[in-house]
Write a protein that binds this ligand. Structure first.
Ligand code: BES
Ligand code: MN
Ligand code: MN
Length: 449
């Protein structure tokens, strides 16, 4: 790999230069371009059957290398789409012109997930070149992860046979730190909805009517505020009914991770943390559900001041779910509650967006053991199992439809600023990730014998 290091980075840079933003149709051509880029690179690395499977949306890139039916098969999943880069003005360098600073690659998608999925292409190439590929491998890369993976759902159900494997391997999560490598064994689920609050039938003069007519923005703010109590608990009736309560021993285990609160706050420039009373920060993001407003708008937000009592107010709200909460059920509970607490002075409308089932991954599998061994060999440390706060809804789809567990072998860091301006990915993490993936193949093949 040594002699290829520079090229591996150059190629990733080419990949990062393609603005494959799935949420915004203005980038549509580029999302297709990114898919073609991946097909070409898989071909060049020596994969067979490299192709684009067209969907109603963006294509799924598939390729495979079946070397021996008696060997285990790894199904690699990743996504070549990225989040919108907005707000542009907060980037120190343009989001689609990757640069290296402080030994980190800065670009949208550097970590989530182009940098991490491309590690798999380069590990594969390295193993092909050295003749050390010890497992069969199938690649499945999608271009709609950041918008809900609707078409992957259909694809997986349709091509169950083709996707047969022993494990799904995904690099789209993070490690705790370079000093304390970790393996993700839990992901939160999600319910995402949009709400609309309507007051008067038109925008009004806030002097003529203000004080007498309900202002939908004020009302929406009150409603949102009331959905969390003083203890930081969500007040939607039934919300916690199914929440898995961990034992004291399990909680103690989760808190063994060396969490540096001061560094965490310093990274975010905040003086205090908040959250559900009685739980640590690690627990709040790992094993507890949340409710967050992702965006709120209405009225006048242009330059200067306009005195207006708006007719409508909107918000996008997401809830992160934990085992055994059910996304559809939580969406319904939210909707019922939101309607119940709306004052008579307004009308409300709730539109569900996507959902996602939480995932827990057993540490008691050969795949986990192989990943643990890979870290031990490559990093000189036994990785700790952690639960991440983010969501990868397709993990539960793979469990359900393919009967496959996923191995979440991610190498990002919380400080990589995924979904934020100045997203980055450590050059060290990129190379070390490639190495660790190669070690995973080796250990998995050995253990599966
Ligand atoms: N890779 C992330 C999820 C992630 C990040 C998991 C860090 C664990 C640690 C993924 O691309 C993502 O952003 N998922 C979305 C959900 C999706 C349905 C839009 C999320 O978590 O908001
Ligand atoms: Mn991702
Ligand atoms: Mn993402």
């Amino acid at each position: 790999m040594e002699e290829n290091k520079k090229r591996f980075l150059d190629e990733l840079f080419d990949f990062l230069r393609i603005p494959s933003v799935s949420a915004d149709s203005k980038f549509s051509d580029d999302v297709f371009k990114a898919a073609d880029f991946v097909v070409e690179k898989l071909k060049a690395a020596g994969a067979d059957k490299c192709q684009r499977f067209e969907t109603k949306g963006y294509p799924i890139v598939y390729a495979e290398k079946m070397i021996d039916p008696s060997l285990p098969t790894i199904l690699v999943y990743g996504h070549y789409d990225v989040q919108p880069p907005d707000p542009y003005e907060l980037w120190d360098s343009p989001p689609f012109e990757p640069v290296i600073k402080n030994e980190k690659i800065y670009a949208r998608g550097a970590c989530d997930d182009k940098g991490q999925m491309y590690m798999h292409v380069k590990s594969f190439e390295t193993m092909m070149q050295s003749g050390s590929l010890a497992c069969n491998v199938k690649f499945m890369f999608e271009g709609e992860e950041e918008v809900g993976s609707d078409n992957l759902d259909i694809f997986v159900k349709e091509y169950k046979e083709m996707l047969q494997a022993d494990v799904v391997l995904i690099s789209d999560t993070s490690i705790h730190s370079v000093e304390t490598p970790s393996i993700t064994v839990g992901l939160r689920g999600m319910s995402y909805l949009e709400v609309e609050v309507t007051g008067p039938n038109r925008d009004l003069h806030s002097g003529v009517y203000g004080g007498a007519v309900a202002n939908p923005i004020n009302v929406l703010c009150d409603m949102i505020a009331s959905m969390k109590d003083e203890q930081g608990r969500i007040t939607i009736p039934g919300f916690y009914d199914r929440v898995e309560e961990l034992t004291a021993a399990e909680r103690a285990k989760i808190n063994e991770i060396p969490f540096d609160k001061a560094a965490y706050k310093a990274d975010l420039d905040i003086d205090e943390l908040e959250g559900e009373e009685g739980f640590t920060t690690v627990e709040r993001t790992g094993i507890r559900p949340t409710l967050d407003v992702n965006g709120i708008w209405g009225g006048y937000t242009g330059e200067g001041a306009k005195t207006v009592l708006p007719s409508k107010a909107y918000a996008k709200i997401s809830m992160r779910l934990v085992p055994n909460q059910i996304s559809e059920e939580i969406t319904q509970l939210f909707t019922d509650h939101f309607k119940a607490i709306a004052p008579k002075s307004v009308k409300v409308n709730v539109t569900p967006h996507h959902g996602g089932t939480p995932a827990v991954i057993s540490t008691d599998s050969l795949a986990y053991k192989a990943a643990s061994n890979a870290f031990e060999e490559g990093w000189g440390k036994v990785p700790v199992p952690t639960r991440d706060g983010g969501s990868i809804p397709i993990v539960s789809l793979f469990q359900q439809e393919l009967g496959l567990d996923s191995m979440l072998l991610g190498f990002g860091l919380d400080s990589d600023a995924i979904h934020s301006p100045n997203e980055s990915y450590g050059v060290f993490n990129y190379y070390k990730g490639i190495e660790t993936i190669i070690l995973f193949y080796k250990h998995f093949a050995k253990l599966m014998k």
